[in-house]
Ligand binder design. Structure first.
Ligand code: ASP
Length: 463
């Protein structure tokens, strides 16, 4: 018989149906046993009475939590007193006629019919596939998928196309240390994993794509402070022929839509989102990502804030200059001459905008330098020689010589957005297979040593 989902059972009172899933819990009440059967839709109460089960009576007696079963039975309406409002299927139950065991299960290392947050982190990550069976983690995964779909739809309606960019690529100077991948075919040479698709998305603007987005995996080999992950996901986008206000407006509208849909209970402190200059943020709040909630203990308060007008450059330890956010950014129009003339460097303001939610930076972007001279000027201010500029960024400068349109974009740290929406303190809770706080994957056992042969092929000699 064709398998039905537990949610489909509600409308089948009186019919004989087959369901399949995991035994979530079992309660033995003398002769009768009750199982909660779990599938991707939720739970269904199964009633196992030996007299109704024929040959399956013995099997029903044996099944335990997390065994995988297929159960055929008759759907019965529950009496008024037995109705369970908390379950989607709370108005019915299935009187089992046959039970088939599809697979047995060992006793799980922790209880997965409860919130797993109090469970030891290492155990949760080692048995992540079991952790993900828990209701809260299922909800986080499903919300993530649904939100991604809504974002895709929103951006599609706005004329964006989704383009994948390479993961094996060349380094890009955006401030983070990069993971390096040795090339077997080109000894002594390396790819790096992208810390963001920044250069590719700008090159797509030169290609005439005009509106690009991607749910991009980004890799940063940083010390694991706090809630960082070595790989994470950005909703990365870029648009041609826009000013910064248009990029900000596009993202703001999308975020408002998402709050309304996924957190209808939440109140947004201010819409349209307020803007604050970097200077004001630092002077009034002592941080460039102020938490402007009125009540910081209210889990339903969402305080979005745009922080703008950042200095383009800051002094390095050796007295030179480096960028504060993104070397590909343009200065604000009134500062463009100064950038070209390399004057008043400390005061040049970048077009960078950061979006902050409840004190967390959830994204940032800028309008870019689309003229090669302006981009060259940024690298010159940072002390690069002409050779270094050509060696590292020659491909960008060359591309910009072929009619690069004005463009700008933004990237949202989508794991953080989801964590905040789901009321989770840690981004690991909204990722399927995260690393631990020390960048280790306990389930797969990564990172791990490699056999000598593999190292040799990759031209690696261990020190
Ligand atoms: N590439 C930038 C980042 O990763 C985002 C952007 O400017 O679009 O933060």
């Amino acid at each position: 018989m064709q398998r039905l989902l537990t949610s489909e059972i509600v409308a089948k009172v009186g019919e004989t149906v087959t369901v399949a899933g995991w035994i979530h819990a079992r309660r033995d009440m003398g002769k009768v046993a009750f199982f909660d059967l779990r599938d991707r839709e939720g739970l269904l109460q199964i009633v196992a009475v030996p007299g109704e089960l024929g040959d399956s009576a013995e099997i029903a007696n044996k099944v335990r939590s997390e065994w995988v079963v297929e159960i055929t039975g008759v759907v019965q309406a529950r009496g008024a007193k037995q109705i369970n409002d908390k379950l989607k299927t709370g108005t019915v139950e299935l009187l089992a006629k046959s039970v088939v065991v599809l697979n047995e299960s060992k006793t799980p290392p922790f209880e997965i019919d409860k919130d797993t947050r109090p469970v030891n982190e290492e155990a949760r990550l080692t048995y992540r596939y079991l952790d993900l069976r828990s209701e809260r983690m299922q909800k986080n995964l499903r919300t993530r998928s649904a939100m991604f779909q809504d974002m895709r739809q929103y951006l599609g309606n706005e004329g964006f196309i989704e383009v994948e960019t390479p993961v094996l690529t060349k380094g890009t100077p955006e401030g983070a240390r990069e993971f390096i991948v040795p090339s077997r075919l080109h000894p002594q040479n390396f790819y790096v994993l992208p810390q963001s698709p920044q250069q590719f998305k700008q090159l797509l603007m030169v290609s005439g794509v005009e509106r690009y987005y991607q749910f991009a995996k980004c890799f940063r080999d940083e010390d694991q402070r706090g809630d960082r992950q070595p790989e994470f996901t950005q909703l990365d986008l870029e648009m041609s022929f826009v000013e910064r206000e248009q990029v900000m407006q596009l993202i703001e509208t999308m975020l408002i839509d998402m709050v309304k849909k996924y957190r209808p209970d939440a109140k947004m402190q201010q819409v349209p989102f307020p803007h604050m200059s970097y200077k004001e943020a630092m002077e009034k709040h002592g941080t460039d990502r102020p938490d402007i909630r009125v009540d910081k203990n209210d889990p339903n308060e969402f305080a979005f804030l745009w922080v703008v007008d950042f200095p383009f450059f800051e002094k390095t330890e050796d007295g030179g200059w480096t960028f504060t956010h993104n070397p590909f950014s343009a200065a604000l129009p009134e500062w463009r001459d100064k950038l070209m003339n390399k004057e008043d460097i400390a005061n040049i303001i970048t077009s960078q905008y950061d979006i902050v939610l409840n004190g967390f930076e959830i994204g940032g972007g800028s309008i870019r330098n689309h003229r090669p001279e302006a981009l060259r000027s940024v690298f010159e201010i940072m002390g690069f020689t002409a050779e270094q500029i050509d060696e590292q960024f020659g491909h960008m400068l060359q591309a910009f010589e072929f009619g690069a349109p004005p463009h700008g974009g933004i990237a949202l740290g989508i794991d953080r957005v989801l964590a905040l929406f789901q009321g989770e303190a840690n981004i690991r809770e909204v990722m399927a297979f995260p690393k631990d706080g020390n960048a280790k994957d306990h389930m797969m056992g990564a990172p791990s040593p490699l056999p000598e042969k593999a190292l040799k092929e990759a031209n690696i000699k261990l020190a």
